[in-house]
Write a protein that binds this ligand. Structure first.
Ligand SMILES: *Cc1c(COP(=O)(O)O)cnc(C)c1O
Length: 401
């Protein structure tokens, strides 16, 4: 495909979708796919949700963009609603997850700076983390494959093994400003961080005067069966980056912080042209209308339970294909025995879309609006794919290995 005008950075599947309806994507030729990729946990309310379509089109007819030189009432309103429903006192809107992380990193460093500890700028992160593709967030993620060839790694990130509390304690030094963690690693292979570990991190941050920064870009907005995954651990962060689900498909991100954590973010120290624009804010508010509605998040838990049970039965039946089900809420992973890319291809052959992740895992990230019937449908397709993989594997073990 070297004839393409686009950067060759993506290995795209040759499918062209023309429209979406709830949990389904429809190709130009009318073929229907059950969408358990949801634009990588972005289409939190599925495709073409009437409330989101109405909010966006109504706003599109009024005003698209004015910049942050002026008041944006819907931005204030969305900020207030996020504050009301979380640990946070202050919000900064961005266009993406990586930008939300950039703001979170800057907020933590500025806090230490204005708090009389300008030498504290280092941030402890975890192996397997994914925080985005900007220069600072690839340094935070620490994955060699994303850092290679981009010049000196941005200074100030100290990575420790996932789940290793001794390593965290040892990594804390006189220059440490913060600890940054995803409560559930998404790209890293759908790895939930156990609640006691999160609680210990909170205690360590309090003891050493560090900011606890959570990356809930993937795990937030109801995905795990709480509005935010940190609620499962009964702790609160100082700073949190969100994106993906809050826009339901429109690019929106945000950095949330306590008053204390945000105290260095004074006029002029940070900015954005597009962040928090009227279109994005109309959609973000519309997403919250649905997600905060009575019973919505409980329904995520009910459906997650059904999904986990269905997947567990497929894993039991096909131990040669799958190793385990993991995850939280509707952020689910199937750890594979065969190559996850091959399994993902087999699912796609059954018109089921999923997303590969680290640790040879397939991520299942249906819209939070998915029905129990659609979950059963997906489980059936996974069952069919597994049976076909097994048959192919038995016929020609070499070709399938
Ligand atoms: C997707 C993701 C990001 C990056 O978001 P972009 O919008 O792609 O910049 C950061 N952190 C986590 C946990 C993510 O899943």
């Amino acid at each position: 495909m070297s004839g393409s005008a686009l950067y060759e950075t993506f290995a795209r599947v040759p499918l062209v979708f023309d429209r979406g309806e709830g949990s389904w994507l429809v190709t130009q030729s009318g073929e229907r796919y059950l969408d358990f990729a949801a634009g990588i946990a972005v289409n939190s309310l599925g495709h073409g949700h009437p409330h989101l379509v109405a909010a966006l089109t109504e706003q599109a007819a009024k005003l698209w963009h004015i910049s942050n030189l002026y008041e944006i009432p819907d931005q204030s309103r969305l900020g207030e609603r996020l504050v009301e429903n979380t640990f946070a006192d202050k919000v900064f809107f961005t266009n993406s997850g990586a930008e939300a992380l950039e703001c979170a990193i800057k907020t933590a460093r500025r806090y230490q700076y204005v708090n009389g500890a300008p030498e504290r700028f280092r941030i402890i992160t975890f192996e397997g983390a994914f925080h985005g593709r900007t220069l600072a967030t690839i340094a935070a993620g620490g994955q060699p494959k994303y850092l290679e060839g981009f010049g000196p790694k941005v200074e100030g990130f100290d990575q420790v093994p996932f789940g290793d509390m001794d390593a965290v304690e040892k990594a804390i030094g006189a220059e440490t400003a913060a600890i940054l963690i995803e409560p559930v690693q998404g790209e890293g292979g759908v790895r939930p961080v156990p609640a006691p570990f999160m609680q210990k991190l909170r205690a360590l941050c309090d003891k050493h005067g560090l900011m606890l920064i959570l990356d809930e870009v993937q795990s937030g907005i109801g995905r795990t069966g709480k509005l935010f995954a940190y609620e499962w651990a009964g702790i609160e962060p100082d700073i949190m980056a969100i994106a993906k689900g809050i826009g339901g498909g429109f690019p929106v991100g945000a950095c949330l912080a306590t008053n204390k954590a945000a105290m260095g973010m004074t006029p002029g120290v940070h900015g954005t042209t597009f962040g928090g624009n009227p279109l994005a804010m109309a959609v973000g508010n519309a997403v919250l209308d649905v997600v905060l509605d009575d019973g919505f998040i409980q329904s995520v838990n009910d459906k997650a339970l059904a999904a986990k049970q269905g997947l567990a039965s497929v894993v039991d039946e096909f131990p040669d294909i799958f190793e385990e089900v993991r995850g939280a809420g509707l952020l689910l992973g199937l750890k594979c025995k065969l190559a996850n890319t091959m399994v993902n291809g087999a699912l796609r052959d059954e018109n089921l879309l999923a997303v590969p992740a680290g640790e040879n895992v397939i991520r299942l990230l249906p819209p939070l609006t998915v029905s129990e019937e659609e979950i059963r449908d997906a489980v059936g397709r996974i069952h069919t794919a597994a049976a076909k993989l097994r048959a192919a594997h038995q016929e020609s073990p070499k070709a399938a290995s």
